[in-house]
Ligand binder design. Sequence first.
Ligand SMILES: [Zn+2]
Length: 127
Amino acid sequence: MSGELEIHAGKERKFLCTNCGTLNISGYDFCANCGCPLNSYAQIDPIKRIRTYGFMFRSVVKAPNKPIILVGGWLILALPVIRCYLLIVTKSYRNFSELFFALLTCIFCFNALFILTRNYFVQRRHK
Ligand SMILES: [Zn+2]
């Protein structure tokens, strides 16, 4: 994430975007070129935080695909799927709500795994 990097170019205060290197006019919380947050206010303000998270998620999706990211994603996201499978197979759930939340987590993780894996192979094909 961007740090607060202030540059005094002449009389005007400008903020350097650490993501793309664009000099931004003082008073803006996001880079005019790439949308990267320029100061901590963009991460504290509840409305601007949504835009900051959007930038983070876009950065992750656009990031160059490396096999280690795919492997790491599978290691983290496969655990809830395996847990849910074991809960159902061994019938070891204590009540319905435990099974329900395990299934919900399983669906989200399975969906994230699908998107992660699909993006990895689609990006590889376009190289
Ligand atoms: Zn930028």
